[in-house]
Design a protein around this ligand. Sequence first.
Ligand SMILES: Cc1ncc(COP(=O)(O)O)c(C=O)c1O
Length: 378
Amino acid sequence: MPAMGFREWIAAGRAIADGQLSRYGDDAHFTNSFERALSDLTGARHVLTVTSGTGALIAALAAAGIGPGDEVLVPAYTWMATPAAPVMVGAVPVLVDINETLTIDPEDIERKITPYTRAIMPVHMINAPCDMDAIMAIAKKHGLVVIEDACQSVGVTYKGRHLGAIGDLGAFSFNKMKNMNIGEGGAVLTSDDKYFARARSYHDLGAMIRGHEERYNEPEFVGVNMKVTEIQTAMLGVQLKKVQPMLERMRKRRALMAPILAQSKDFRVTPHNDEASAVSLTILAPSKEAAIALQERRGVWNRLRDSSKHVYTNWEPILAKRTFHPKMNPWAWAKREITYTPDMCARTLDILDRTCVVNLGLNYPDFMMRRVAAGIAG
Ligand SMILES: Cc1ncc(COP(=O)(O)O)c(C=O)c1O
């Protein structure tokens, strides 16, 4: 993530000095200008800043009118927010295997589609883009909505297009682990006017006031409050300027290390859906034991199987179909029995067992990371 420092501090101070902290005040401008800048960068016609990535996913689903009786396809490897979001709008998540790219497998998407499937939520995990060409083609064929979870890939591109702006709607997170970091925050992206009007209405209690003149003929409906403050967007404006240079450094470093790692006889470099823009670097060992052994080599980080609630077997409330109130339970409203078992996505578990993250060492010089890569390659 880009460093957080003096410029963010100054920006936050400016917002406080303005004395106008709500995005809808007369002198408010940080939120509008951040949203315009993010729209210019990504190519999404509309951007709506919200309080979290989870909120962005829920608002996107609400905007698309996903609800009770609907099934939403999500990958078995993602942060638990992805399968939780459909539950929050009354729909149910259906788990889909990943493939070696660490992203949702288009072939398994086809297998998991039922007459009740309404949406696909591809997740671009650890900056690795999904196979969006295949996913958009499947969605078109079956009339499904695509909501990209780009929370872990803000600023990353796939074949020249920004992740989050390829599907019907996209979600970004700005939490402390992400490519843009203000502690907590998120954004909904869409180029569809109606989806935008609905997301904006949902994120502000369905109010449709406060400058929401363009209603695109949408009636008011009950929503929640996910509005951000001007302090958050003042800081986001600074972070936005840092994200592309950081990703470019990552891309160059990956391009330097991946060919060295690819010479190893002990593992393969994880395949990527758009090699030219790749910024993520992971390696795939032939067995779980081999991956565990690789973790001893300098520069090899965690094994993905150990990444807590990113692995479906650790989504305890989802597997147990447990909601905050027994009668607000979307699984009871589903049109068929949905079952989850710990071994239902065995291929995902096998891939996560064998995959380790490699440190790109952005704070170190090239020669040192070349040496680290050679050491990992063995
Ligand atoms: C893939 C993915 N989706 C959604 C989220 C939710 O984002 P937030 O923490 O901003 O609610 C995260 C955050 O960790 C994530 O990694």
